[in-house]
Write a protein that binds this ligand. Sequence first.
Ligand code: HEM
Ligand code: HEM
Length: 172
Amino acid sequence: MQDNQQSYGLVTRVFHWGMAVLVFWQLLKFGDDIADGEHWVAKTLVPYHGSIGLVLMALVILRLLWVFTQRNVRRQQTSAGIMAKLGHYALYLLLVLVPLSAICLMLGRGFGLKAFGYQLVERGSTKSELLAALGSWHATLATLLAIMILGHIGFALWHHFVKRDGSMKKVW
Ligand code: HEM
Ligand code: HEM
């Protein structure tokens, strides 16, 4: 269950791969730009964007609490380890800011909040120019997250195939 000096434990792995799948699903929202969203991906997977995004918001909070409990059992003292750590912190920051900005966008524009058919916040009840302005960062932050993830995958593959230091085994 717990992480150790050599590898991540089951909980961290489930968080990692579960959230990775959901984040890739979320990035399909870029597909709205293709054929004005008139294709099967946009019609079948993308309509869950708000719901899955709210699930991710909850998951990232739980994951950060988990990471905090594991901070003393993980080992990363080398300079490369510190860079990796900074990269992971940046990913976490974006994983919080991306859904948070979306919530600001939905509330600020008075759209309310809905998850899997349940109305969590009524439409029109929370209109605010400030929230709408904060929310207008959502697409930019999501693009930044997508770039960071591409970099993260690139580094992971480089460690696995070029450096062959077994870092993929830590999380797989
Ligand atoms: C980790 C969670 C999330 C990710 C990775 C994500 C990702 C994205 C991406 C890639 C886009 C397309 C940007 C573009 O076309 O340039 C987008 C747009 C959008 N997302 Fe999210 N999103 C997340 C959470 C949410 C949540 C929780 C909501 C609503 C409650 C939401 C509502 C929207 C809306 C309304 C748009 C269209 C915004 C616009 O066109 O300005 N997203 N998101
Ligand atoms: C094909 C996709 C992916 C691959 C191959 C991959 C690979 C890895 C590897 C090898 C590590 C261990 C690095 C180390 O500590 O030495 C790791 C950790 C990590 N990855 Fe990924 N990753 C992928 C997708 C993602 C995505 C989409 C996210 C963001 C949602 C993400 C976020 C993280 C974070 C935050 C860590 C640090 C461990 C933790 O605190 O949970 N990864 N990844």
